[in-house]
Design a protein around this ligand. Sequence first.
Ligand SMILES: [Zn+2]
Length: 343
Amino acid sequence: MEKLQYSDILISETRKEMVDKLERFTRAHPTDMLAYLKLGDLERENGSSKVATRLHKTLLANPSTSPEIRRRIYRSIIRDYISIPDYESTISFCKELEKIARDDVSSLQLIDEVYEDNQLWNEALQIRQRILKLKDATDNTTLGILHSFIGKELLKQGKGNEGLKHLKQSLKLDELCVTGMLFLAEYYYGKNRDKEAISLFMKILKEMPGYSTPVFERLEKLLYEKGRFSEMVTIYENFLNDHPDHSPTLLSLALLYKKRGDDAQAVDFLKRVLELDSKNIEAIKELVQLYLVSKDSPRATELIDQLLHILKPTTGFRCENCGHRFKDFLFRCPNCKKWMTIK
Ligand SMILES: [Zn+2]
């Protein structure tokens, strides 16, 4: 058998070729931990997560492993369990890794990612703080967000005072923390302190207009429940004065007019949406319905034709960092794990 080098493995053209070469390599070098580690990673990437977990876990049995390689094995096992997925084991291996990675940034970053994915906000906050300390950096924006989620969770559990403390802390760290303002507004609203809730919502619209979607959603609900739904029109109109080309708001306002039976206004606003975004399926759908109600079938037919020509829908939300699209609005991108990149 010819002698395989690491470089031979590296130049594999397919994953299968790499697996074959690695298997041969590990047979020839049974003590090469990194080769085994990589072999397990490839198994996981090929969809055999359970095989990968077994392989990676046997590596832990070796007592002479260096701390750095040991942490790498843990990171691989955590990724194996994430892909199975096995929540309990993922978390328990993260806790184990935490103990041996107190000053290892790449391990801590993986742990933080897992905690945030699983909404373990308190744990995530502690890991973030440790990473920042190690890197001698500050990131009050993210710390503020994590405090706001801890606060929201505590409020949900009925721990009002503690929850409020975290929400206030989030705004102390970052006075424009959108989630902090949103959750605090929801708290005020729940306590029938409508004025304070609405003023916070308005502050977000003014200072952080990019987050109008979650604010409008909540404002609509609040004002509807309080029988003050007509105020929503004014709120949308005021927002449009400052941001005339904001098509989600134009669409919401159109729907509101439609709900109130003011079809002419609804049609006008839907047309404005389509001027800005001719492929907006929601707007086309609404406009077709309105044309059909008013028995304007030529216009309806024209729009249906337009709809049939649209191959790729462009509605929904998009991550500015990685480009992933989502149907619903999210604060943290599940794909690239960045906060506040979805617009
Ligand atoms: Zn992303």
